[in-house]
Design a protein around this ligand. Structure first.
Ligand SMILES: [Zn+2]
Length: 312
């Protein structure tokens, strides 16, 4: 019988997460490894160890998908720039992977993997992966220290010309705004992130605390904290209106740690997007909270490998 499962890997600057993923996106086994970022070879030794241990845990695995942090060139299968794993910059990944891994594999940007995971098995999955009620066009925004994301059009991840598509965090919403680490000015993620929430809270007279603490006091009715989420939520809504007017996707899912604030952020974001986007376009785009949390990238990487390497 044909093997059914894949290994989903989510590579970060500090940890590698590994999981065995079935065709519906369920995780039947998981483990986590510390990444030694001193050289690409050391990083791939750890990847090899994860693959071996997953293969021992379940003999049914037949392919591997891995999400990679940073700017990944799909055409050359090369990382152009990985801010948290500079040892991989400019390296061709196929040879490195072949040296540690006997199974077929594929790579994608980590945020693209998370978008694919949410689309197939999370917020975008109403009646199971690929179900008839599921959206065909879907955008994920993950809001944490920055804003990441991915774009799915007609049921397929949209890579653009070479794989660089899907960077909603760098939509410019303030021409004279703050510098962004990407080199731009006034990008969405300079105004919508955990630190942006803290800045907005302080600007309204609040203390210098963490984003979680701002969310906590907001839930107890603190008007400064609620106001801070309104400020950040309205900025988010501007970004959403750009996406809605450009693509009119059936669904936009919002994930990442900052979305732990839930309606405090979602309500002003929806209100602002509804004011700025074309009315019919706004009304036909559902804006929801993502469902898979930190597992989205690992699940999406596994499901992508399943779809592209195992077939249906
Ligand atoms: Zn930027």
């Amino acid at each position: 019988m044909m093997k059914q499962k894949t290994i989903g890997l989510d590579l970060g600057g500090t940890f590698l997460k590994a999981g065995i993923i079935d065709r519906s996106g369920r995780i039947s086994y998981r483990s986590k490894y510390t990444v030694d970022a001193s050289s690409a070879e050391r990083v791939f030794e750890t990847i090899g160890q994860a693959v071996r241990e997953c293969s021992i845990a379940d003999a049914d695995v037949a392919a591997i998908g891995m999400g990679i942090p940073g700017i990944f060139d799909q055409a050359d299968q090369k990382i152009m720039n990985s801010p948290n794993l500079h040892c991989l910059d400019g390296r061709h990944l196929i040879e490195l992977m072949q040296s540690v891994c006997p199974l077929p594999f594929l790579f994608d940007n980590d945020a693209n993997c998370a978008a694919f995971g949410e689309f197939k098995a999370g917020a975008g999955s109403h009646d199971g992966p690929g179900g008839t009620l599921s959206p065909r066009s879907f955008i994920l925004l993950t809001i944490g220290t920055g804003v990441g994301g991915g774009v799915i059009l007609d049921g397929k991840l949209w890579h653009g010309a070479r794989g660089y598509a899907g960077e909603p965090g760098h939509i410019v919403i303030d021409r004279k705004g703050k510098p962004c680490h990407c080199g731009g000015i006034g990008c969405l993620e300079t105004l919508v992130s955990a630190s942006a929430v803290v800045e907005a809270y302080k600007a309204r007279g609040g203390k210098d605390v963490t984003c979680e603490e701002v969310a906590h006091v907001a839930s107890h009715g603190d008007p400064l904290a609620i106001g801070a989420f309104e400020d950040v939520g309205r900025n988010l809504g501007i970004g959403l209106s750009v996406i809605i007017n450009l693509l009119n996707p059936e669904m936009i899912a919002l994930g990442g740690g900052v979305m732990g604030a839930g309606d405090f952020l979602l309500r002003p974001a929806r209100a602002e997007a509804s004011k700025r986007a074309f009315r019919e376009s706004y009304l036909s785009t559902r804006i929801v909270i993502a469902a898979l949390g930190n597992d989205a990238g690992m699940i999406g990487a596994g499901l992508m490998a399943c779809e592209k390497l195992l077939g249906t």
